[in-house]
Design a protein around this ligand. Structure first.
Ligand code: SF4
Length: 373
């Protein structure tokens, strides 16, 4: 991530982690922070799962996880992997055979806690399969499923117990000379998750997968994730993220991206700056913004757009955005391009016009990028 020397108060200094690969996506080191989600279809229904993976990928998911609780799921995985535009992580709990099958089926990464799958022989069989098939592993510690001996030692889930759990699993992998792993330490409580991740970041140089687990429904989960993940990312911790919402995986991806975009850690698509609207608005800001969000969802080129109800804040915001529209006179407003007042446009035609302007600007930016390569 480039440092901003003009505005040092925007700098985030990322923790230095090792880099691993999840399929063709680098995680850790100086790789962009990747956005993940998880399907909620029945994995054995390959068609439905592929469809969901593809929708998530279009929304910007870099990596998608699927649960593989039984043989029917690991059988379907082969087809899912073949059709997926992004690397697939197989989520395994307890059964080492599912992990081996998932590796054979082409999973890019296994989410498994090696301490939970049985004796050392089973762990080394899983590690062998991961090595043979180029899989990385995510050790996924969860405050809600800590090992009994740690709960007895610490009395309750706490950061120390979560880190100790992670390090025990790490040791099992290292004993098998396996180092392509990343770690998560999730909790539904933001304080616990943040403290566990901070301690984990000190204790290891492994890449870190961030998440607030069981965060809740769309609104509460988004707020909780933005606070928990935002705080960690701001302090430089986190190499890949998943926002957990009781909502469509596409929403998880959108929220994940918005968190990273808010912190300047990733850039993708149109960032809309809009006012909350009030009696001064020259057009219906809320309706317009929601129409534009929908009509501009396909644009992946990073750019900014300000949609402001009136001249109180419109010209100021337009100064800092690529394209701007400010409500004003009778049934019309002012279009700004690159911060400068450009031309008037009727409220009626404004949405179509803005979409055309954004698409043209995106094409121009992409052409300039191609020419520079
Ligand atoms: S920019 Fe204008 S319309 Fe929007 S909230 Fe402020 S005063 Fe109201």
């Amino acid at each position: 991530m480039s440092m901003n020397h003009v505005r040092p108060w925007r700098n985030i200094s990322r923790r230095k982690s090792r880099q691993i690969m999840v399929g063709n996506v680098p995680v850790g080191g100086d790789a962009p922070i990747s956005v993940q989600t998880m399907t909620n279809t029945d994995t054995s229904d390959a068609k439905a799962t592929i469809e969901q993976v593809q929708r998530a990928a279009v929304a910007g998911a870099d990596i998608v996880r699927v649960s593989t609780p039984d043989e029917a799921s690991t059988r379907a995985l082969r087809e899912i992997v073949a059709e997926s535009p992004v690397p697939i992580v197989a989520d395994i709990h307890f059964h080492y055979k599912r992990a081996i099958e998932a590796a054979e089926a082409g999973a890019a990464c296994l989410r498994i806690n090696p301490g939970n799958i049985g004796d050392a022989k089973r762990v080394s069989e899983v590690v062998r399969a991961a090595k043979d098939h180029g899989c990385s592993i995510r050790i996924g510690v969860n405050a809600g499923s800590l090992e009994r001996h740690l709960l007895e030692k610490y009395g309750e889930p706490c950061p120390e117990a979560m880190v100790e759990s992670a390090l025990e699993h790490v040791k099992l992998l290292q004993d098998n000379d396996f180092h392509e792993f990343k770690i998560s330490a999730k909790a539904s409580d933001v304080f616990l998750a943040a403290a566990a991740y901070q301690a984990l970041a000190e204790a290891t140089d492994a890449p870190i997968h961030l998440g607030i687990t069981e965060a809740g429904g769309f609104v509460s989960g988004t707020v909780k994730s933005a606070i928990g993940l935002g705080n960690l990312l701001w302090s430089g911790i986190g190499d890949t993220i998943r926002v957990s919402l009781s909502a469509d995986p596409v929403e998880e991806v959108k929220v994940g991206y918005e968190i990273l975009k808010s912190l300047g850690l990733r850039h993708r698509g149109v960032t809309i700056i809009s006012c909350p609207s009030c009696a001064r608005q020259g057009f219906d800001v809320i309706k317009t913004v929601s129409a534009l969000e929908e009509r501009l969802a396909h644009v992946t080129t990073s750019m900014s757009l300000s949609i402001i109800g009136c001249v109180v804040n419109g010209p100021g915001e337009a100064l800092m955005t690529d394209i701007g529209f400010t409500g004003g006179g009778k049934d019309a407003g002012m279009v700004y391009l690159a911060g400068k007042q450009s031309h008037k446009m009727s409220n009626e035609r404004m949405i179509d016009h803005i979409v055309e302007l954004v698409e043209a600007k995106a094409a121009e930016i992409e052409a300039a990028k191609d020419a520079a390569e």
